[in-house]
Design a protein around this ligand. Structure first.
Ligand code: CA
Length: 231
């Protein structure tokens, strides 16, 4: 019997592919690798990976194209791997259904954290609908009661602030893009203006964080969106 998690690593750069494979194998994952987009697409049906690590810069197909093709028929968690030159691409990838991203260069712990989060969310289903309380280092959110406390003290959030915090908490560990948050909070026709999000986030941090300049609950992913920390 084999309960090991299988990860498909789609990466054309040999040194990076080897680094990822070695790291994952050392942590009890099964690894299969593909060097091109076409190879990846042909391998998925037969290998049925649990998570796909997808480099955006591939020699044949665009990583985004590969992502779209996979999403036509599968919800396998996909973590895109992007280089600095692919900043805009990683946001498109997230908006097109990637579960998360990791930026090159990255270290072992970040890689493993992204994989664990992607797996956890795929097992629980998205979002964590069944969970009614979220707890993280003194922060407690009761979704049903719409109550937020920090170290046992009530925090008064506006309706939008509460929705924003809840949304991030239900996807804790994953980055949510500015556009996806705006769509979720104000609907698909809302103007994609990040300024209103930034204002709300500043207010939330003032209310939740001990030091709003160095948040411990909600992190900003510059140019991408926000990520709620998880244990
Ligand atoms: Ca590449």
């Amino acid at each position: 019997m084999n309960n090991k998690v299988k990860i498909l690593v789609v990466e054309d750069e040999e040194s990076i592919s080897n680094f990822i494979s070695t790291t994952l194998k050392a942590n009890e994952y099964i690894v299969v690798t593909a060097r091109t987009g076409k190879e990846a697409l042909s391998m998925i049906p037969s290998h049925c990976p649990d998570v796909i690590l997808l480099d955006l810069g591939l020699p044949d197909l665009d990583g985004i194209e590969v992502l779209q093709k996979i999403r036509e028929w599968s919800n396998i968690p996909i973590v895109v791997v992007s280089a600095r030159t692919e900043e805009a691409d990683k946001v498109s990838a997230l908006d097109l259904g990637a579960d998360d991203y990791i930026a090159k260069p990255f270290g072992t712990s970040e890689l493993l954290a992204r994989i664990r989060t992607a797996l956890r969310h795929s097992i629980k289903g998205l979002p964590n609908a069944a969970q009614d309380v979220f707890e993280l280092r003194g922060l407690k959110i009761n979704f049903d009661k719409r109550q937020v406390t920090v170290d046992g003290k009530d925090v008064h959030l506006t309706q939008i602030e509460f929705k924003l915090v809840s949304l991030l908490a239900k996807s804790a560990g994953r980055v949510l893009t500015y556009d996806s948050i705006i769509t979720e909070l104000w609907g698909p026709y809302a103007v994609k203006d990040n300024q209103i999000l930034r204002v709300n986030m500043a207010n939330i941090r003032r209310k939740l964080e001990k030091n709003p300049a160095q948040p411990q609950y909600i992190f900003t992913e510059v140019g991408v969106g926000y990520r709620m920390a998880e244990e």
